[in-house]
Every structure is written in structure tokens, then in C-alpha cells.
Design a protein around this ligand. Sequence first.
Ligand code: KG4
Ligand code: ZN
Length: 344
Amino acid sequence: MVRILGIESSCDETAAAVVDDGYRVLGQRVASQVDLHARFGGVIPEVASRSHLEAIFPVIDDALAEAGCTLADIDAIAVTTTPGLVGCLLVGLSAAKGLSLATGLPIVSVNHVHAHIYGGIMPSMMGADGERVDPTWPLASLVVSGGHSSLYESRGPSEHRLLGRTIDDAVGEAYDKVSAILGLGYPGGPVIDRLAQTGNPKAYRFKRTNIDGFDFSFSGLKTAVRYAARGPNARRGAPLLDDIVPADLAASFQAAAVDILAAKLVPCAESIGARGLVVCGGVAANSALRTRCQAEADTLGIPLFLPPMALATDNAVMIAGLGAEHAFAERWAGLEVDAAPRAD
Ligand code: KG4
Ligand code: ZN
């Protein structure tokens, strides 16, 4: 048995969790900074790292308390080291190093994007009798968040080959920008998702940008929404046109975004002979994307692995989960391990 304390601070969530054997969750806490950043319409890195600094130890204490254990019961500390905002990553990493120095516990270094994929499959790992059940590999994994829109061939819990990525905006970023265009605030994903449910997805015909291979592009779609909302060639800050229907714009944007993602996920899964699909990251909370991916998986005759809402956005359960894989393989990180804003 391996019991991991996971620590996550790569962006705007400070989180800690205690997980046994990579799938049994004993305790978890997330301190979200969403309200703090909403005032600025996006994440301000300096504000984020200061806030992590205040939250990190209370969050760790709360996760341990919920798990009913102390550091003496932990076998290793898993911490996100890449990718993310470097000042934010350093807060979690420094906390992990401090705890490691004080207790002698080893550290494992976790890639945040790979952890999102792990978070997608993790709920399915709990067998009927509580035993661990691993998925059948390979899986086609779609990571969609505020910072990523990437497709991977996943051959194991920590074996992921990048097959495609966005060449410009991430899809979550496009959601946030469309929300800003409509004056609906930050983060945009949940607002647009809700609004889209009352709109007509066929009201506007936005072009589905389809570039070569398995790469994505979302900046053209975002610009098309701006022109539809504010007039052709409208500059930033131009007022909204009088006759627009925000719900129709939201629904039409969302339909295009989901089409663009599905248009790459399905051929990618076919090309690698995937035995399942994983859709994870903050945008995996999106209702239209979830429904569409389930339909595609059913057509392909393979399972869809989706994180529950709490594991879709940033959390430390997925960090502790993937951390267990590294601990099983004894891939320890020394105290010299550093934070890296980019993973490649
Ligand atoms: O994974 P995450 O919490 O943080 C990053 O690593 O980026 O993802 C945050 C992103 C934001 O862009 C947010 O607008 C988007 O996920 N998001 C959604 C939904 N909920 C969150 N996008 C579309 N629909 C949602 N329901
Ligand atoms: Zn994330």
C-alpha cells in the first residue's frame, strides 16, 4: 500500500489530497481563487502566487484532517512541477520540499496535464469489491482546459505521447474570451455552457477550423464570435450590436467548439486503435462536450472515461493518484527538482 499526499498549485487553485494506491481518496481540499481573479477578468500570476502562499498549509492541514491522518502516515509527497505559472508552481514545490526536509518523506514530481488524464480514468479504477481495476490501453486522451487543448495516445498511467495540440488559443481560453465579449465575466466556461442551453446552436454558422493532422485552432472561432457580437471588423471594446441574441451566440459558438474537438478526437482514436476515450481538464465539465463524446464513444463501441465535475477542474486528487504510479516505480525526485512553466 502506498499513501500519497498530493499538492497542486499550478494555476488558480490551491489543492491538497490524500490518496491510497492511486485510487482510494481519503481526503481532499481545494481553495479556489476564482472570485479573486474574476475582478480582473483573468488570472494575474502575481496575485495567484501570493494567494497560494496564504492557502497552501491550511489546505494541506485540512486534507490530512479529512483523511484522518498525519504526515507520519504518509509514504510520499506528490507535487505538480510542470506545466503552469512558475511563481505558482514554486509555492507548492517549496511546501513539498519543506515537508520533505522536515519529515524525510520522498517527493515525486507530477506533470499536471498527465494528471488530468489520470483524473479522467481514476473513478473507474474502483472495482466492485474495492479492488483496483485498470483500463485497457491504449486510450485516446483529450485534455481541454484554460491552458491546453491536446490529444495524446495514452499507453499507461504515465505514458502519454502528444499527437496534437492547439496552434493558438486553448478551448477554455476561447470560452473565457467569448464570455468576455458578451460581457458575462470570468471564468466563461460555466456561464456560456448554461446560456447555450437556452439558445439555438444553428442561429450562427461559425466555420469549423480544420487544420492538418491532430492539431486544433480556436482563435478564428473566437474572432468570428466577436464580429458576430460587435459587428464586422469590430475592435476590442466596441459595443455589442443591438439585435444579437446572446444565448444563440453562446449555443452556436459551443456547437462549433465541440465539433472542432470531436473532428480530431474520433480519427485520432481510430488511428491508434484506442480501447477507450478520455476527456479531461476544466472544459470536460462542459455538458455539450460530455454528451457528444459519449455519443462518439458509443459509435466507436469503446468506453468513455470522464472525470466527475470535481475532478475535471484543477485538484490534487489527480496529482496524488498519478503520484502513486511514480512511487510504485520508485521515480523519486531529489530536493534539486525545479518547476518548469512548459512541459516540453
Ligand atoms: O483545468 P482547469 O481548471 O484549469 C486549467 O488548467 O486551465 O480549466 C479551467 C478552464 C477555464 O477556461 C473554464 O472556463 C473552463 O475550464 N471551464 C469550462 C466549463 N467549466 C470550466 N468550459 C466549458 N464549459 C464548462 N462547463
Ligand atoms: Zn488544469
